[in-house]
Ligand binder design. Structure first.
Ligand code: SF4
Length: 406
């Protein structure tokens, strides 16, 4: 039976921020317990660790949010339009990481609407990546020759305010096996497709049985060599990573996971445990991070995030320049800032901790890497290369033992 949720007035000091990720995975501290006792006093341990309980008790309204955090004027005004734009949803677990009194706290800004998202700026678009025009059947984007993006659900446990697919997620459009059939038929009919990325929405919010069915169908298609799942679940709903889910996913290797992470404060003991379970099941884990103004656009924050990810066996994979969706200007940084951060990582830390910095080209051009200039010229047979410290080195660019004419 569903547990009735009772909200009580705040009586104590707000819970502390997420402990430093450097302490993980050994720190026994968890801000979620204090939060739970205050805001969900009837919830048992079992409830809190049950992903379905977390989904049933998501914070989705101004009233619920206002009981948990001290809303700023901007947040309150934005909530008056909730429903007209991307919906609000935050799992109780993730809400426990959000500052109740600081509206500029990075995790809070990623989840709580602000009035800025109602302002549309030049160059912003509903579907900046042109996904809809590269969609041969509903829910499938076929942009690159050998791989497809399969949008299997429009549901997420928590909605990121900068979501590239804010035009479609959270709309409850009935993504289900009946809808998937056309996409599966398209994949089966196109032998050039060797890689299928399941995304949405967040595929790991689906029940095990549905996911099992879908993965099983994909594995029956001989030319599908690899399956990837794009998800934010380990960061916003780590309770979802159960032994049963992991055992099911293991059946479908080679299966890769791309985990959406935003800030080092997300790397809690719970998220660490979720990633550890997935990695122990032999699932290669990569990360995807969107560069966001005032949230993670400093070298120090990005370095902590990338180092924290490597420590929990997640390879930093992509750092995205924020897509120009409607109302995203307050999240976007100049590309120069991203290049500066990239340059501050490359060479200064392990290559495994350096993601590819990319722009997903507006209009559907695909991902374009942004790389600071390293080839600075040529002198005779020598290629002039700039290293991570800005020093120039010569490389004898001779092919087959013979000098190349200059
Ligand atoms: S989890 Fe992914 S799909 Fe869902 S709202 Fe966040 S960015 Fe969008």
């Amino acid at each position: 039976m569903q547990q009735k949720v009772v909200y009580v007035e705040e009586q104590e000091e707000p819970p502390g921020r997420c402990p430093c990720p450097d302490a993980f995975p050994f720190s026994p501290l968890s801000p979620s317990l204090t939060f739970r006792q205050r805001h969900f006093p009837l919830a048992t341990d079992n409830d809190w660790h049950d992903w379905r309980w977390q989904l049933r008790n998501r914070i989705t309204s101004l009233k619920k949010l206002g009981r948990i955090i001290d809303l700023s004027d901007s947040e309150r005004q934005a909530m008056a339009f909730n429903g007209a734009t991307l919906p609000l949803a935050i799992t109780p677990y993730y809400a426990s990481l959000i500052s109740p009194d600081d509206s500029s706290q990075p995790l809070r800004r990623t989840m709580v609407p602000s009035v800025n998202e109602l302002l549309v700026s030049q160059g912003e678009e509903h579907d900046p990546l042109g996904e809809d025009k590269h969609s041969p059947v509903p829910g499938l984007v076929h942009r690159y020759p050998d791989r497809v993006l399969f949008l299997v659900t429009d549901y997420c446990s928590s909605y990121c305010r900068y979501c590239t697919r804010s035009r479609m997620v959270g709309r409850r459009k009935g993504y289900n096996p009946a809808r998937w059939q056309k996409a599966l038929a398209y994949i089966a009919a196109n032998p050039g497709i060797r890689d299928v990325l399941l995304s949405g929405g967040d595929p790991l919010t689906m029940p095990d049985e549905q996911l099992d069915w879908l993965l099983g169908r994909l594995r029956q298609i001989p030319h599908v060599e690899m399956i990837r799942i794009g998800t934010k679940t380990p960061m916003v709903l780590p309770q979802r990573i159960t032994p049963e889910l992991v055992a099911m996913l293991k059946k479908y290797h080679p299966l890769w996971l791309s985990i959406h992470c935003t800030h080092p404060d997300e790397l809690t003991p719970e998220a660490t445990q979720a990633c550890t379970m997935l990695a122990d099941a032999g699932i290669p884990l990569g990360s995807q991070t969107v560069l966001l103004s005032g949230i993670n656009d400093s070298l120090e924050t990005m370095r902590r995030l990338m180092h924290g990810l490597v420590k929990i066996r997640v390879k930093p994979y992509y750092l995205y320049q924020c897509d120009p969706i409607l109302g995203s200007a307050h999240f976007r940084t100049p590309v120069a800032k991203g290049l500066e951060i990239y340059q501050g990582l490359r060479g200064h830390t392990s290559g495994y901790a350096v993601p590819n910095y990319v722009i997903d080209a507006p209009g559907g051009g695909g991902k374009i890497p942004l790389i600071p200039e390293t080839v600075v010229g040529r002198e005779g047979n020598d290629l002039l290369l700039r290293n991570y410290e800005g020093k120039v080195y010569r490389y004898p660019d001779i092919i087959g033992g013979a000098s190349r004419a200059s």
